[in-house]
Write a protein that binds this ligand. Structure first.
Ligand SMILES: Nc1ncnc2c1ncn2[C@@H]1O[C@H](COP(=O)(O)OP(=O)(O)OP(=O)(O)O)[C@@H](O)[C@H]1O
Ligand SMILES: [Mg+2]
Length: 266
């Protein structure tokens, strides 16, 4: 469902310096499976996820999502007013439409109710008839156990409730792949548990998901595959049994030992 082939990304650090953040990432997230991305802070996990929905533009490499492919070539970023630029922007929006993103800090629209937050994208972007969008939004609110808050504003909800609404909003766009960036790291353990419960339901329904998480216990429990990112490189990839097993490179096993799963409640 999602392919990255030799993706590179650097950030500018002042006029003459660049910081390579993704060095050469080749990665595949299969349809209907959950892939967790783990690794130290600063490894490039968020950047990798943001490259998948093109919130960041890779410098080089190939990205394919739901059969749509975009190639990025070094020094070939089209100039802002060129025809090629508009073609590229169209491709980006088209590809992004296949993804749904859930952020660490929820990012709901503050001036819209819970129900409006979920209906906005389907009605305005996908031009769904409001009646249909509303019925689907209500069904999604039931799924995330937030029906009773449909007319509330985000500021009146707990972090866990806001995140469950954010998940419903992402699902409202009927994405082919759901991307989560540390969906529970802003939450207290109790609120984290209610969000993880919703994510676990989505795993059981065989949604295609990519989850960046610090919660190794959760990754081990729910992911079909785990990618370990370190210093901009995919240092390891495998099933949870493989990643948590013995035959891993030292930097992987050291990280896992340091972030002992026993420290993480679910
Ligand atoms: N927009 C940006 N401009 C410049 N540097 C950036 C930008 N975004 C990220 N970086 C840098 O890229 C590196 C990787 O950042 P990234 O956020 O992808 O790491 P991460 O693995 O998600 O870390 P964390 O676990 O702390 O969230 C870091 O050194 C960060 O400072
Ligand atoms: Mg991050």
């Amino acid at each position: 469902m999602v392919y990255l082939d030799s993706v590179k990304k650097s950030f500018r650090q002042g006029p003459h310096k660049t910081l390579p953040v993704l060095r050469n990432i080749t990665f595949h997230a299969p349809r209907g499976k959950t892939t967790a991305i783990i690794g130290p802070s600063g490894a490039g996990k968020s950047t990798m996820l943001r490259c998948i929905n093109l919130l960041e533009t890779p410098d080089e490499g190939v990205l394919r999502v739901a059969g749509k492919e975009i190639r990025f070539e070094k020094n070939k970023t089209p100039s802002p007013l060129s025809r090629l630029h508009f073609v590229r922007q169209r491709e980006i929006l088209d590809l992004r439409r296949h993804t749904g993103m859930v952020f660490q800090n929820f990012q709901l629209f503050p001036h819209k109710t819970v129900l409006e937050n979920i209906m906005e994208g389907p009605v305005l972007v996908k031009k769904e008839p409001p009646g249909e969008a509303r019925a689907f939004a209500l069904a999604l609110l039931e799924k995330v156990e937030m029906s009773d808050k449909k007319d509330s504003y985000p500021a009146t909800l707990s972090g866990g409730q806001q995140q469950r609404v954010a998940i419903a909003r992402a699902l409202g766009m009927r994405p082919d792949v759901l991307l989560f960036d540390e969906p529970t790291s802003a939450l207290d353990p109790e609120l984290e548990r209610e969000v993880l419960k919703v994510i676990r339901t989505l795993v059981e329904e065989n949604n295609t998901m990519i989850i960046v998480t610090h919660n190794l216990f959760f990754a081990r429990e729910v992911a079909d595959f785990i990618a370990f990112l370190d210093n901009g490189e995919l240092a390891a990839y495998g099933t949870p049994a493989e990643i948590f097993g013995k035959a891993m490179p030292k930097r992987v096993s050291d990280f896992i030992t340091a972030m002992s799963p026993e420290d993480y409640a679910i």
